[in-house]
Design a protein around this ligand. Structure first.
Ligand code: CO
Ligand code: ZN
Length: 332
């Protein structure tokens, strides 16, 4: 599991430019899939099994894109100004390194601050790739980069950029590999462009038209010094989403998840996330709507270049999804 997570997080794939991550996923899943398809949005859709007695058409979704930056302008001295892709916060940028799709590495510098305690606005920062002019600058307008940090294994806790959401991509891959008997027709969707507005899951949900939608994504925690008030902590199990900034999970789906966890003695937490949302929102309001929910992996420092997860939560998220999809799901 650790080596799979490392492979996924160290791939570069900002929203709209997910092809490398998609190829890593494809290699992992192709031996376990009944059908594989890549749609116009770049979603990788893996079909597994057929609907049997008591079964549903189930869409599981985990996004493969990550936050990043895009070059907007290269000045006469070779410094590149940039726009953000997804929820990049200014205080995580200054001094960070970024890696472009063409392999170029740059660091983010900034204009002089009047007060050293200030944070640079995005507009006051630039990417320095060691160039001296637009001519010798290896990146140009429109080039995209992701934050660059290696995967760190602390034992049970893991740190990397792009844990959001590659850790849940690993969860879905493991779930696909391990699922044995299921009454359901399963669609594992490795979705694109979540960080810029759930765009991949929106079209995938429309095309698949499932009976139920289950996302897997990271959620925040309330277990750090003076952190957000939130009853989710690392190491206490996957979180069953009740509500976030974009959706109210279907209570029937929440109940089905809780029952599956209790039946199999899987630790779990109830999640109410005040901001942010997931592919579950896109699924819930697709077409005429569908019951939807989300199994979250608790993650500290979300949307920084060093996001932390607990390995047992990741393993238990796989167990919870397996428990849920291996039996009929009661939506009555
Ligand atoms: Co995110
Ligand atoms: Zn995410």
């Amino acid at each position: 599991m650790k080596s799979l997570i490392k492979k996924l997080v160290e791939s570069v794939g900002p929203s709209g430019y997910e092809s490398r991550v998609r190829e890593v996923v494809r290699k992992e899943v192709e031996d376990y899939a009944d059908e594989i398809q890549v749609d116009a949005m770049g979603n990788l859709i893996v079909k597994k099994g057929v609907k049997k007695e008591g079964g549903l058409r189930v869409m599981l979704s985990a996004h493969i894109d990550e936050i990043g930056v895009m070059v907007t302008h290269v000045d006469k001295n070779g410094f590149a100004r940039f726009a953000t892709i997804g929820g990049v916060r200014p205080h995580t940028c200054y001094g960070s390194r970024v890696r472009f799709l063409n392999g170029t590495v740059g660091m983010i510098g900034g204009e002089k601050l009047d007060n050293m305690n200030q944070v640079h606005a995005i507009e006051a920062m630039f990417i320095d790739v060691g160039a001296t002019s637009p001519e010798d600058c290896p990146v140009k307008i429109g080039d995209v980069a992701a934050f660059d940090r290696p995967f760190e294994d602390l034992g049970n806790r893991l740190i990397s950029k792009a844990m959001d959401n590659r850790v849940c991509v690993a969860v879905l891959i493991e779930t696909l590999k391990q699922v044995q008997e299921s009454p359901h027709e399963l669609y594992f969707v490795f979705s694109t462009q979540e960080e810029v507005g759930l765009r991949g899951a929106t079209t995938a949900a429309y095309a698949i038209d499932p009976d139920i939608g289950i996302a897997s994504d990271v959620t925040m925690t309330g277990d750090t010094p003076r952190g957000v008030t939130m009853d989710v902590a690392l190491g206490k199990g996957p979180a069953i989403k009740v509500k976030d900034g974009g959706m109210i999970a279907d209570p029937k789906v929440v109940t089905a998840m809780v029952k599956a966890a209790e039946k199999h003695n899987i630790p779990y937490q109830m999640e109410i996330l005040l901001g942010g949302t997931t592919d579950a929102k896109a699924m819930q309001i697709s077409r005429a709507g569908m019951p939807a929910g989300c199994v979250s992996v608790p993650t500290r420092y979300v949307h920084t270049p060093s996001e932390m997860v607990d390995l047992t939560d990741v393993e238990n998220a796989v167990k919870l999804l397996l428990a849920l999809i291996s039996e009929p799901i009661n939506l009555a």
